[in-house]
Design a protein around this ligand. Structure first.
Ligand code: UD1
Ligand code: UDP
Length: 375
């Protein structure tokens, strides 16, 4: 009998990082029956990823509501999954990372009796309010899951400290590097053309240094985003040879301050969230990246791009240790000062723009599938 897999995800980053796993399981259709369930905690930003990776979900809970709250989202995911789990009866359920979808799906999967597998397991800041609510989400998933696929040795050690048994953990690298490789192969293939990359080529200035920005963290909503926007405004006004490009996350708590505070500055371009290949293209064109994103902290070092992280904590210490990522928090002066250092001092820039690959070699999904095959 084939083993039954249910792969569950709901937001843009989970989709990017689970897409290569879906593809890998599809190679072994003789051994596994694999189905994909999306909670659609995100809608447009999730659909962009599904389109690029050509994944058609088997189940779509279609849950996203405007400016949704954590209480009803959590409840809707758990009750929505009940029917699917009872109908499909998977042997294994795969969840990713640290979103509300991750936490709620791992609980529902546990209730169903399936073995629960956590991809990107063991990341910790040890501060339950930062990132909020992700640190608690991934700890809950970690305590529920039967198998843990950790991106690095550090994330494995975090799990061992929580008394997770060593034989249930596999260090694989991060599946985001698999996604990056998939993307660059697809984008460079003969028949591929991308409308968004064409659009970007028309708007990106070739004579200015590109500062790429993304941001969305809940703990930065409110004053944090006001500080971030004021810092970006000062950087843009002080440096005429710089162009700031910011694909703005669709969360209304981000859209409002960003469009209100940055809309009328010549060398700041606010654009819609980009498809994955277009964003990777833009990362490659950039001089430096300012972000609070988790995924971007993992991708940028492998592209040799310096990253200033607008957070006080990170669960991804590997790139900080390698010297390509620097935490700057959301203090306006600190963001401006550290950006200026990179813009003005070549020796600082060169130190931070060395290529590093702390998050793997792009073969994480192959290792996960082999592990499950051997059970
Ligand atoms: C969520 C995750 C966060 C992850 C981030 C990735 C939680 C609590 N948060 O944060 O861990 O890092 O996704 O981006 O799980 N919206 C749209 N269209 C979309 C996506 C979002 O309109 O395609 C708007 C909606 O109004 C939605 C709101 O953004 O209600 C918030 O979405 P939500 O998933 O709750 O929070 P994020 O900030 O996106
Ligand atoms: N990304 C994208 N389009 C964009 C901005 C980001 O495809 O306009 C990708 C980025 O390459 C990374 C992921 O989205 O893989 C990060 O998502 P996000 O910052 O929303 O979430 P986080 O990683 O912080 O959970």
């Amino acid at each position: 009998m084939k083993k039954k897999n249910l792969i569950v995800f709901g937001t843009r980053p989970e989709a990017i990082k689970m897409a290569p796993l879906v593809k890998e399981f599809q190679i072994y259709q003789d051994i596994f029956e694999t189905k994909v369930c999306i909670t659609a905690q995100h809608r447009e930003m999730l659909d962009q990823v599904l389109d690029f990776f050509e994944i058609t979900p088997d189940y779509d809970l279609n849950l996203m509501k405007p400016n949704q709250n954590l209480y009803s989202l959590t409840a809707d995911i758990i009750t929505g999954l009940k029917t699917i789990l009872e109908e499909f009866k998977p042997d294994y359920v795969y969840v990713h990372g640290d979103t509300t979808t991750t936490m709620a799906s791992s609980i529902a999967a546990f209730y169903s009796g399936a073995k629960v597998c956590h991809v990107e397991a063991g990341l910790r800041t040890f501060n339950k309010r930062s990132p909020f609510p992700e640190e608690v989400n991934r700890s809950v998933a970690g305590s529920i899951c039967d198998y843990h696929f950790s991106p690095t040795i550090t994330s494995k050690s975090n799990l061992l400290r929580e008394n997770i048994s060593e034989e249930s953990i596999l260090v694989t690298g991060n599946t985001v590097i698999d996604a990056l490789h998939f993307s660059s192969e697809k984008v460079t293939s003969k028949n591929y053309s991308d409308e968004e990359v064409v659009m970007l080529k028309n708007i990106v200035s070739t004579s200015k240094r590109l500062v790429l920005v993304t941001g969305h963290r809940r703990e930065n909503h409110g004053q944090g985003f006001i500080n971030i926007c004021q810092a970006l405004k000062e950087i843009a006004i002080t440096n005429e040879d710089v162009e700031v490009i910011y694909p703005v996350h669709l969360n209304p708590n981000v859209q409002k301050p960003v469009y209100e505070l940055l809309n009328d500055i010549d060398n700041v371009k606010l654009i819609n969230p980009l498809s994955y290949p277009a964003f990777v293209w833009l990362m490659n064109q950039s001089y430096l990246i300012i972000t609070d994103s988790g995924g971007v902290q993992e991708e940028a070092p492998s592209l040799g791009k310096p990253v200033l992280v607008m957070r006080d904590t990170t669960e991804r210490p590997e790139a900080v240790d390698a010297g390509t990522v620097l935490l700057v928090g959301t203090d306006k002066n600190k963001i401006v000062k550290e950006t200026q250092k990179l813009l003005d001092k070549e020796e600082n820039y060169l130190l931070m723009s060395k290529l590093h690959n702390p998050y793997g070699n792009g073969k994480a999904c192959g290792q996960i599938v082999n592990f499950i095959k051997a059970l």
